[in-house]
Design a binder for this molecule. Structure first.
Ligand SMILES: NC(=O)c1ccc[n+]([C@@H]2O[C@H](COP(=O)([O-])OP(=O)(O)OC[C@H]3O[C@@H](n4cnc5c(N)ncnc54)[C@H](O)[C@@H]3O)[C@@H](O)[C@H]2O)c1
Length: 250
């Protein structure tokens, strides 16, 4: 799919586009994963493609590991296998992997090419697009980073089969947020496509928005109210409408 970005986002049902792309671009492929995506997603790559992969770099899962220590680890692994400037880093993971490996790739040898293969819903709808890479530093989120384009993004939805429900719901909330900001039509489209996650996603958004303005809210109340009104959802475009939608809190 062509976009106004400087790189392509491909919806790749069988990962064949990823394989062709990697073969065209580089004779040396290294995969970056975290402990979960190595376990659940790496095995979904075609065995003959796996045989072409020179090295796998695995980092521990979890945002607490999105730090400079893990970047050092990635640099050491890249240099241990003599990665060159045309080595292609295939980043197989959620937003945490995307940010961290993207940052390592964009700085190692002043930048080596990388592709995103997002495995979480959030990474598919948000973090793999936009070229922001980085890591947390001390208590600051994303304090260190770069703006560097991936060479391409390959979206393969079957990866989502193993994504924990909690992660799916929280990404739905992100989808709804974009839809709310965009248009009622966009919101309705997403609502139809995500029937089961709808109530909980709305509740998540509502909680996030409400908690910004009133920290004394009873989250349970909000969830109950949102869930019971799922089918009558009105277009929410601002906090006032949201307040009206949820109604007075008891
Ligand atoms: N660069 C950007 O523009 C941008 C935008 C939004 C968020 N982010 C960053 O993205 C990160 C959040 O992304 P996330 O929600 O994907 O978190 P994540 O990458 O930590 O993934 C969440 C959990 O799901 C696991 N996982 C991922 N895919 C899986 C799969 N298919 N099967 C089983 N387990 C799987 C991961 O190992 C992890 O435990 C944060 O670090 C955030 O700062 C970046």
């Amino acid at each position: 799919m062509n976009t106004s970005l400087n790189y392509n986002i491909c919806f790749d049902n069988d990962l064949s586009q990823l394989i062709s792309y990697c073969n065209e671009q580089s004779s040396e492929i290294i995969v970056g994963t975290d402990s979960n995506t190595y376990k659940y997603c790496y095995p979904k790559l075609n065995p003959s493609f796996q045989a072409q992969i020179k090295h796998i770099i695995e980092i521990p899962a979890g945002d607490q590991n999105k730090n400079v220590e893990q970047v050092y680890h990635v640099y050491s692994e890249l240099s241990k296998v003599n990665s060159r400037r045309n080595t292609l880093l295939l980043i197989l993971g959620g937003g945490m992997c995307g940010d961290l490996f993207g940052y390592a790739a964009s700085t190692y040898k002043r930048g080596i090419p990388f592709v995103h293969v997002p495995t979480s819903l959030l990474a598919m709808v948000d973090s793999s697009v936009g070229s922001k890479n980085g890591v947390n530093f001390q208590s600051y989120k994303n304090l260190i980073g770069t703006f560097t384009d991936p060479k391409a993004v390959f979206i393969h939805s079957p990866f989502l089969q193993t994504l924990p429900l909690r992660e799916t719901i929280s990404a739905f909330a992100e989808c709804y947020k974009h839809a709310i900001l965009d248009s009622p039509q966009h919101l309705e489209l997403i609502r139809l496509k995500t029937k089961n996650g709808y109530d909980r996603a709305i509740a998540t958004i509502a909680m996030a928005m409400w908690s910004d303005i009133d920290t004394n809210l009873n989250a349970h109340n909000i969830i109950c109210k949102c869930a019971s009104r799922g089918s009558n959802f009105n277009y929410i475009k601002d906090e006032q409408t949201l307040r009206k939608y949820i109604g007075p809190l008891s």
